[in-house]
Design a protein around this ligand. Structure first.
Ligand code: GDD
Ligand code: MG
Length: 359
């Protein structure tokens, strides 16, 4: 089976986490997030993936090459200007080789899911649908595409990011993974910006096409916010969600080769420590991502946080739900929490920000 993976668009940059890395390439559980998605697709029987790229497209190919390491064939299709989700799908379809009736898997590049992809394809075939969509139930559906279905799973409407309360008619949302009949992709207009959510799906419904929704409450996480990326990494390391691309055994932590973790450092909660980084003796790192070449110094406490490549967390500094950008310097005795973001290359002096008296 062939697949199209959407990794472009305006939202694909995760500032200030890392300056030159688009979101799908941010290391999650030790490898670029995209590696998990590609490995999962391969495990579900996908043999050719078309990567639809726009922003910072040049970083994908040097890492994944022709895909041979993943036992995949990867084709890179670049948009000079982002074409929107539908435009990107139409554009990428030029690289597909399958016949008009074949199913094509399409997925958003910022979703971590435990979905049984092969099961979705089977269900698509059994329903004889034009397009099948993985749906998940969420508490607040307003930030997603709303997809009410009838009792047979037939999609009744598609409302992207509803603006008015009366539009919220269901808690079922588009989980960002579809199976399209190839010929349906060819009906998307070429050469212009198209939103699959705002234009293609509503248009298909209007024309009487059969859209089939599969509600599956498996693990599902949208990586829109940095906190979700940290959560995804921790869940992958702990095996809460499985990935064939995890570079090690599941457990409380993953230390990549070339890292130094001094005796007495406490690692837990699915923490990952990147190559060449240093964790001092009595530091605590819980459920966090520490990227390559970073330093967490003596007595520092890092929880549910992201420490960028080459960044420094000074002695006794406490991070709780904080993001430290690449090569930023956080001095000693700081306390950062509640989603605080320290931009790449910035410097925070000793004891500059605290929520308690100075020691
Ligand atoms: N190549 C390319 N070109 N990719 C794009 C473009 C584009 O112009 N625009 C967006 N993408 C990619 C993004 O990189 C992302 O992987 C995916 O398409 C979805 O775009 P987002 O910008 O992340 O959309 P969203 O998160 O607000 O909403 C989407 O995902 C939700 C689930 O997480 C929608 O599909 C919603 O309906 C859905 O509920
Ligand atoms: Mg998104």
């Amino acid at each position: 089976m062939e697949a199209i993976l959407l990794v472009g668009g305006k939202g694909s940059r995760l500032r200030p986490v890392t300056e030159y890395t688009p979101k799908p390439m941010v290391p999650t559980a030790g490898v670029p997030f995209l590696a998990h998605q590609l490995a999962k697709a391969r495990a579900a029987g996908v043999t050719h993936v078309v990567l639809a790229t726009s922003y910072l497209a040049e970083v994908f190919e040097p890492y994944f090459g022709d895909g041979a390491d993943l036992d995949l064939r990867i084709t890179y299709i670049h948009e000079n200007e982002p074409l929107g989700t539908g435009g990107a799908i139409r554009n990428a379809a030029d690289a597909l080789t399958c016949g008009p009736d074949e199913p094509v898997l399409i997925f958003n590049g910022d979703i971590l899911t435990g979905l049984d992809i092969a099961g979705l394809v089977d269900s698509h075939r059994a329903a004889g649908a034009d397009v099948s969509l993985h749906l998940t139930r969420v508490e607040d559906p307003s930030a997603f595409g709303l997809v009410p279905t009838d009792e047979t799973g037939r999609v009744l409407a598609f409302t992207e990011k509803p603006q008015r309360p009366e539009e919220i008619v269901t808690d079922q949302v588009n989980a960002g993974c579809y199976v399209f009949r190839r010929s349906v992709i060819d009906t998307i207009p070429a050469g212009r910006v198209v939103s699959v959510e705002r234009e293609t799906f509503p248009g298909l419904l209007e024309s009487g096409a059969h859209l089939h929704g599969v509600v599956d409450q498996t693990y599902w996480l949208d990586l829109g916010r940095p906190a979700a990326l940290i959560q995804a990494s921790a869940d992958l390391v702990r095996g809460v969600v499985r990935s064939p691309a995890l570079p090690g055994k599941t457990g409380e932590y993953l230390v990549l080769p070339g890292a130094t973790v001094e005796d007495g450092a406490k690692l837990s909660g699915g923490t990952v420590v990147g190559a060449g980084s240093f964790i001092a003796a009595d530091a605590v790192v819980e459920g966090s991502i520490v990227l390559d070449g970073a330093r967490v110094e003596a007595g520092a406490q890092v929880r549910a946080s992201f420490v960028g490549a080459g960044a420094r967390v000074g002695s006794r500094t406490v991070l709780d739900n904080a993001v430290i950008g690449d090569r930023a310097e956080v001095g000693e005795d700081n306390e950062l929490q509640g989603g605080a973001r320290v931009w790449c290359h910035s410097t925070l002096p000793d004891a500059a920000i605290r929520f308690s008296p100075k020691p």
